[in-house]
Write a protein that binds this ligand. Structure first.
Ligand code: PLP
Length: 373
């Protein structure tokens, strides 16, 4: 079966007469557990919940590939999933290798907390597989490709091989691509981690994340971390996520096509100093991205002359909703330097292409760029 068919069918209930096609959310704290509790699949909802199980099966199926089956665990946010990997794997004296341009909160978490508990942090840029130079004696390699917001690309398979040779585990933050766009586990990673608040669910109304792995021992550690720390997803959010992921193939196809068209259009405009999108043949990571990604993603960045130009562009546009985050059905954009924390120019804009008609988006971007003259 093709991806879209599999994903749509994965959320259906068995065909029992009179039963709904999709089950509703299960709201529970304790479950009936008479006698020996090990006989009950569910006992207390901080550990497991049937609505999570459905969502986890659907995500695990997307994370699985030819010749292997993955398992997934869902969390209350991408950061809760990220923290679970660091917390379950790292012990005092261990070293973790992260991208110097990694997602801001992940970087700050390790810097402000884990390094103060005896973990060594080593950083190098995503571009050029620079992290490969820092692997000796490391416990964990954390990679993010394409990186956010600078759209740098590294070679997942090459880095996994180097890390495993050095005895390190590998986790990939796969938020930007989604498992439909890129399969870290098939490329050799031990963990595929994501914020599913972005393209995975795509309606800008949910916060959740997941960790997927092929290794039952690693899975058990992440599961235990979740139960002990309690950073869990509500059943209503899990159920909304199940509805949303059925349209992932449709949304991803349209938004990535829109991103490509917008990126190509921006390269033709003199007001734009540079366009960063792995789908452009001129992008330094294009060849690697073409090899390891099925879609180049919905997110692109571009640089206008300065802060004033970027602010005027966003204020003049009518269809680029000014907001942070990305991956929704609505096209959004923001001047990224307003947050601080990333080494980027003042006129740097990150744009997340939505699912609107491309003609309307291009018309709107045209008039907003024209206003800069
Ligand atoms: C948003 C994001 C996260 C964090 O996810 P939350 O769901 O906001 O906690 C992690 N990594 C990347 C690349 C992200 O874009």
């Amino acid at each position: 079966m093709r991806d879209s068919t599999r994903i749509i069918r994965s959320t259906l209930t068995p065909a029992s007469p009179g039963e709904p096609l999709h089950s509703g959310p299960v709201f529970a704290a304790p479950y009936h557990t008479p006698g020996d509790p090990s006989d009950a699949p569910y006992s207390y909802a901080r550990s497991h919940n049937p609505t999570w199980t459905e969502l986890e099966r659907a995500i695990a199926q997307m994370e699985s590939g030819p010749g292997y089956e993955a398992s997934a665990l869902v969390f209350a946010s991408g950061m809760a999933a990220t923290t679970a990997v660091f917390g379950a794997v790292l012990r005092p004296g261990d070293a973790v290798v992260m991208p110097s341009n990694a997602y801001f909160a992940a970087r700050v978490l390790v810097q402000e907390y884990f390094t103060k508990m005896g973990i060594e942090l080593r950083t190098a840029p995503t571009e050029g597989n620079a992290q490969a130079e820092l692997l000796e004696g490391a416990k964990l390699l954390w990679i993010e490709t394409p990186s956010n917001p600078t759209m740098e690309v590294c070679d997942i398979a090459v880095l996994c091989e180097a890390a495993h040779r050095a005895g390190a585990l590998v986790a990939v933050d796969n938020t930007t691509a989604t498992p439909l766009g890129q399969s870290p586990l098939a490329l050799g990673a031990d963990f595929s981690v994501a914020s599913d608040a972005k393209s995975m669910t795509g309606h800008s109304d949910l916060l959740l994340g997941h960790v997927a792995t092929r290794d039952p021992e690693l899975l058990a550690k992440i599961d235990q971390w979740r139960t002990l720390t309690g950073g869990i997803l509500g059943p209503m959010e899990a159920w909304l996520a199940l509805r949303s992921i059925a349209t992932l193939p449709l949304r991803l196809e349209r938004s990535c096509e829109n991103a490509q068209r917008i990126a190509e259009f921006l390269t033709t405009r003199k007001e734009v100093e540079s366009v960063l999108y792995p789908g452009l043949p001129s992008h330094p990571g294009h060849a690697i991205a073409a090899k390891q990604m099925r879609y180049f993603g919905a997110v692109l960045s571009f640089i206008l002359h300065d802060r004033a130009a970027a602010e005027k562009f966003l204020a003049t546009s009518k269809l680029l909703t000014e907001a942070t985050s990305f991956g929704g059905i609505t096209t959004t954009a923001e001047r990224r330097a307003r947050w601080g924390g990333d080494a980027i120019p003042e006129g740097f804009i990150r744009l997340s292409a939505g699912c609107e008609a491309i003609e309307d988006l291009i018309d709107d971007i045209t008039q907003a760029l024209d206003a800069l003259q």
